[in-house]
Write a protein that binds this ligand. Structure first.
Ligand SMILES: [Cu+2]
Length: 154
């Protein structure tokens, strides 16, 4: 496959530059972590995952030394209340698709966080894909991101 070598080089450049990250046919775009609240034992990680390959893949699981338990979560409505639920089958990634992990939607959940997640720090995260295998990224902590606007001066 003639594209193979350029993709590999891009992957190496991505690793050196930090972002975006390419590992074979998976690109991780704009990852960030956010503590549920200051000092909380839980946190969520958001990003966009792009499958740039020609075949479908699947995000199976994730792990991190920064938390005792890492799960892939979805938000589902139960009786009018949004609750988080583990996606045990993982997240399917059709060829060419981009799947957003975002506030109020799917996310990587850290439980039993072993370090306080302060702005400016990074969290190591390993994403395990069915086809692409393991993708290791450093996720910057950004507790301010995605806060709804609350008017001028606040
Ligand atoms: Cu969650």
């Amino acid at each position: 496959m003639p594209l193979r070598e350029p993709v590999l080089i891009l992957a190496l450049l991505g690793l050196l530059a930090g972002s975006p990250l390419l590992a074979d046919d998976i690109a991780i775009l704009d990852p960030y972590a956010r503590a549920s609240r200051p000092g909380a034992p839980t946190a969520a990680i958001f990003m966009s995952i792009r499958n740039t390959g020609a075949s479908a893949d699947r995000l199976l699981s994730a792990r991190s030394p920064a938390a005792a338990i890492v799960q892939i979560h979805a938000h589902v409505e139960v009786g009018g209340i949004m609750k988080m639920r583990e996606i045990e089958a993982g997240i399917p990634l059709p060829a060419g698709a981009t799947h957003a992990l975002s506030r109020g939607g799917d996310h990587v959940m850290l439980m039993g966080v072993t370090q306080e997640l302060a702005d400016g720090e990074t969290v190591p995260l390993t994403l395990v894909f069915e086809i692409a295998g393991e993708v290791v990224i450093e996720v910057p902590v950004d507790n301010e991101r995605g806060q709804p606007a609350r008017g001028a001066g606040q």
